[in-house]
Design a protein around this ligand. Sequence first.
Ligand code: ADP
Ligand code: MG
Length: 234
Amino acid sequence: MDAIRVTNLKKSFKVGKESVEVLKNISFTVEKGEFVSIMGPSGGGKSTLLYLLGGLDKPTSGSVEINGKDLSKVKEKEMSKLRRNKIGFVFQFYNLVPNLSVEDNIMLPLILDGKKLKDYKGKLDEILDIIGMKAKRKMTPRELSGGQQQRVAIARALIFEPEIIFLDEPIGNLDSKTGAEIMELFRKINKEYGKTLVQVTHSEKSAEYGTSIIRLLDGQIVSKEVLEQEEEAI
Ligand code: ADP
Ligand code: MG
């Protein structure tokens, strides 16, 4: 089964009296375990598309299926559950809570969902290990660099063990060296932990970390290419 199936997706916004069609007729699929980069120019509708895929906004027409489920047919209560348990989001500007510690930021989705934190102690340690932030677990975001803050945001997206993680310009706010480290972390999350990743980006360099690239231009997909994977040294 496809992780994501998008069919004839359209999205328009009303601007004054005019209706502007941002996504014109988009169809594609993402297989489980893929790491797809959706590339396109600024203002080209990438974030709009990502929000539709993650159920944060509704299409004007067409459909998005996640694991075979048509999002337009999912009731609001089930949708919130789906968004919590199956889908993670990472944004350009981390969106951490400034006065909470690293570990409290990571556990915030659990707190909001009424989960018992002690059931997740092992999970938290494991995730802190993956993102390499064990030693900084008691610090607050203002004591961290941008790259470290993004690692915390990634950990927060992982805490419910989502199957799919959506990334909106995840290194757009970072210098190139830190950005490369964060992209390596996403690659590891894709390859070693089997998560399906979909990132939108305007940067060719970060797009190349994925397993395939979809190019979006003028609200339409112009190509999907599968990238050659480097052979792993044994
Ligand atoms: P990208 O992420 O590729 O830079 P966006 O998806 O953010 O592009 O925006 C695409 C276009 O849609 C832009 O022209 C933007 O102004 C417009 N747009 C996005 N969201 C809204 C909205 N909620 N209301 C009106 N216009 C919007
Ligand atoms: Mg955007």
